[in-house]
Design a protein around this ligand. Sequence first.
Ligand code: NAP
Length: 260
Amino acid sequence: MDLGIKGKKAIVCAASKGLGKACAMSLAREGVELVITARTRETLEATAAEIRAATGAKVTAVAGDITTDEGRAAALAACPEPDIRVNHAGGPPRGDFRDWNRDDWIKAVDGNMLTPIFLIKAVVDGMIARKFGRIVNITSGSVKSPIPELGMSNGARAGLTGFVGGLARQVARHNVTINGLLPGPFLTDRLRSGFEEAARRSNRPVDEIIAERSASNPAGRVGRPEEFGEACAFLCAASSGFIVGQNLLLDGGSFNSTMG
Ligand code: NAP
């Protein structure tokens, strides 16, 4: 299926690893020109080289912290008129809310709510003027089904989702869409570190934890990041302009509901 986005330009934030990288790879396969970001320059450059080698796409690596004004400005300077923007900024830590102080919360809200909002603000008017825009926010299944030890993720991302629900409907008539992709368990470094922590706590091998978690999922496994990337590319397709303000859950069916 030709998604009709060959030659478009995209900024994919926080994309040296995991789900961001998978989104970048899928867009590059569609012929999209990329700017990718992450804080660790070496890993980011290696990922850019890997995507170039796999797809032949033009990929520019911009190292920086996307939660800062400087980090956001650097990404935009490298791609001032993006057609596509994929937003996320890592995830907040796990823990007990009794241990989190105001600074911890401000950091989580800044990274998982305000950063994507400012990333959208920087590009949305240009997209409106050019009559094409696809913005995808990577949030979490925790938006629909809260995860007890990820209270800051549950809260901050729900805030972003509420804001975007309103904005998406104000920009859709200009062929600019904003949607959320909600990952369930995808085997990235982040998920693996969660499994490793669970293994330490229960004094069991990590492979046993992964097998247990896989067996409890209706799909009988955890997700592959490339599946997530393909869903992202689909939301960015030229023909996806009528998919507006949606939150697509990719969790193998874990969230148990008849619909929605
Ligand atoms: P990951 O494997 O840990 O990768 C995170 C990526 O983001 C890395 O490239 C990292 O590079 C970059 N990054 C982190 N903070 C950044 C910042 N402030 N500025 C720029 N880049 C930054 O994580 P993931 O599993 O792909 O998760 C992606 C998102 O989905 C996260 O928000 C996560 O909470 C959410 N999520 C994931 C899962 C899952 O199962 N994997 C489930 C639910 C939600 P540097 O560290 O070098 O900056």
